[in-house]
Design a protein around this ligand. Structure first.
Ligand SMILES: *[C@@H]1O[C@H](CO)[C@@H](O)[C@H](O)[C@H]1NC(C)=O
Ligand SMILES: *[C@@H]1O[C@H](CO)[C@@H](O)[C@H](O)[C@H]1NC(C)=O
Ligand SMILES: *[C@@H]1O[C@H](CO)[C@@H](O)[C@H](O)[C@H]1NC(C)=O
Ligand SMILES: *[C@@H]1O[C@H](CO)[C@@H](O)[C@H](O)[C@H]1NC(C)=O
Ligand SMILES: [Zn+2]
Ligand SMILES: [Zn+2]
Length: 290
């Protein structure tokens, strides 16, 4: 089964939303102004990038051929399910809170895996989720190793961070982890196209991704400014926080709708989130309960 990951083709959206981050001047770009408030029945230049964003994260199922700039029923319903998923006001329009959410950096793994999933029903049961078909490991002793195609930090620097991240999961589950070569899990830094059909997108937006069991690949975007200690700066992303999240995918968890969960898809620069939430623990225990 080919795990579905997000395709990070968000260049124009990035350009549009970049205005929000550039310097401190709150200068809303012309194109952003045009997209904000966009609603059904009209055509807006650049709208196809919103469609691509929603498609990449599993909200928009139809073909690339229909990714035009016209605001149609499919986009409206995709926006509604995105808004519902992130507990935004369900307007079916590109309002400012929706744009703000979409401009927050996030994990590249998609949120919704199966179109036939009854998202509403599922979210009433739990915030956590699994990949399609609930793939799991058939053993609890997993090995890992580091392999990068881009240099960001040394293995010596990476090792204690990953050890701590793995341990977060080990203490709430039956998993144990050990460094070895070859290994079940292979983690490292990569930039742009790196051989798995999910190219990274430069600084911001998609920060990392990982594959469902029993694939074991975990990739960090080498173009991010990663923080490797406790002195994180406003423009940096915490490597350990993101590691804990991606290891959750490696073990079989999808994204959680609970903003307090490690498995929540979005993380803001300058933030650390290094403790599993109740929802993460419930999720891993539910997946491996028998
Ligand atoms: C996708 O587009 C291709 C060509 O435009 C078409 O043949 C195919 O049926 C479409 N698939 C879906 C699921 O709409
Ligand atoms: C959705 O999940 C079901 C059950 O796991 C599977 O049979 C079906 O192929 C999936 N559909 C898609 C589009 O992945
Ligand atoms: C990363 O951020 C730090 C702190 O703001 C800064 O000093 C450093 O130059 C940045 N590194 C890169 C590669 O942008
Ligand atoms: C899901 O997360 C929300 C937000 O943290 C919380 O209020 C709600 O109780 C959670 N639902 C379940 C079923 O855990
Ligand atoms: Zn993720
Ligand atoms: Zn990758």
């Amino acid at each position: 089964m080919a795990p579905k990951l997000a395709i990070s083709a968000l260049l124009l959206l990035l350009v549009i939303i970049q205005a929000l981050f550039v310097k401190s001047e709150p200068q809303i770009s012309k194109s952003l102004g045009l997209l904000e408030g966009a609603r059904k029945g009209y055509t807006f230049e650049g709208l196809n990038q919103v469609k691509q964003y929603l498609k990449a994260f599993g909200y928009y199922s139809i073909n690339g051929s229909s990714l035009t700039d016209s605001f149609d029923d499919v986009l409206e319903s995709a926006l509604k399910s995105y808004q519902q998923h992130y507990r935004l006001k369900v307007t079916g329009r590109i309002d400012s809170n929706t744009l703000k959410k979409m401009s927050t950096p996030r994990c590249g793994v998609q949120d919704i895996f199966n179109d036939s999933n009854d998202d509403v029903k599922f979210s009433m049961i739990a915030n956590y989720s699994f990949f399609n078909g609930m793939p799991r490991w058939n053993k609890r002793q997993l090995t890992y190793m580091f392999r990068s195609s881009a240099f960001v930090i040394s293995d010596q620097q990476l090792r204690p961070i990953i050890t701590r991240a793995l341990n977060k999961w080990a203490v709430v589950s039956n998993f144990a982890f050990r460094e070895a070569n070859p290994s079940d899990i292979v983690m490292g830094f990569h930039r742009g196209f790196h051989g798995d059909n999910y190219p990274f997108d430069g600084p911001g937006n998609v920060l990392a991704h990982a594959f469902a069991p029993r694939d074991g690949r975990l990739h960090y975007d080498a173009d991010e400014n990663w923080s490797t200690n406790n002195a994180i700066r406003q423009n940096q992303f915490d490597l350990e926080s993101v590691a804990i999240h991606e290891i959750g995918h490696i073990l079989g968890l999808g994204h959680s709708q609970d903003p307090n969960a490690i498995m929540y898809a979005y993380i803001s620069p300058g933030n650390t989130k290094r403790n599993l939430g109740r929802d993460d623990i419930d999720g891993i225990r539910a997946l491996y309960s028998n």
